[in-house]
Design a protein around this ligand. Structure first.
Ligand SMILES: [Zn+2]
Length: 218
């Protein structure tokens, strides 16, 4: 069972937040094996030439290629590798795990421009739970690919469902897109919210309960 919603809303400043794991450093994912850095550099050299070039842009192709290897470090990485170190559910586990405000950055595949925001991840454990830091790693891995926010949301939910076999999953992504804020209609304050739910958290009542805990989303 899966449901997805997307809506645009005006930003009301920073959402209510609780301390969560820091975003995963790209270095911990290793060098991107899925990116041909030399080829990106050559392509950017063409772009720079098309823009007229000039001495101040001399090292730009190299810098952009390095940035791309960081942006796309999740290509070819299986997010399920972060969900193998689980522990059996016990009396102390609780009935819901909700990690709010996991910061992420990704690149929209339509424009290759960054979109940046937070992911709220909730699951109702089945037999196993995983360390909270691993949820941020799953998010980081899936975000570090050419993406659409809608697919990012679904893929995080799918990874949790497959990796943890939980009774329910809810993933909410709240992000600001450079391709919306810096070009086109230039809606600098607009953010996009997407949601994916599975199992018990796909029912309206349970979803509303978790959304109330997340807070900060109109
Ligand atoms: Zn875009």
């Amino acid at each position: 069972m899966s449901e997805q919603h997307a809506m645009q809303r005006e930003s009301h400043g920073a959402p209510a937040s609780v301390p969560t794991d820091r975003p995963v450093d790209a270095a911990t994912l290793g060098t991107a094996t899925g990116v041909d850095v030399a080829r990106v550099e050559a392509a950017v050299r063409e772009i720079v030439a098309a823009l007229g070039g000039g001495p101040t842009l001399e090292r730009t192709p190299e810098r952009v290629a390095q940035a791309y290897s960081e942006f796309f470090a999740g290509i070819g990485v299986d997010p399920l590798t972060h969900l193998t170190d689980t522990v059996a559910v016990g009396p102390e586990t609780g009935e819901l795990v909700l990690q709010r405000d996991i910061e992420f950055r990704s690149m929209c595949e339509h424009h290759l421009l960054p979109f940046i925001g937070v992911v709220h991840v909730a699951y109702v454990p089945g037999e196993r739970v995983v360390g909270l830091g691993k949820l941020a790693r799953v998010v980081e891995t899936i975000a570090s690919r050419p993406q659409l926010q809608e697919r990012l949301t679904e893929e995080i939910a799918d990874a949790l469902e497959t990796g943890l076999d939980p009774r329910g999953v809810l993933v909410v992504v709240d992000a600001q897109h450079s391709c919306v804020s810096a070009r086109g209609t230039r809606q600098a304050a607009s953010t996009t919210v997407t949601m994916a739910s599975r199992g018990e958290l796909a029912t309206a009542a349970h979803r509303a309960e978790v959304m109330a805990l997340i807070g900060g989303i109109a």
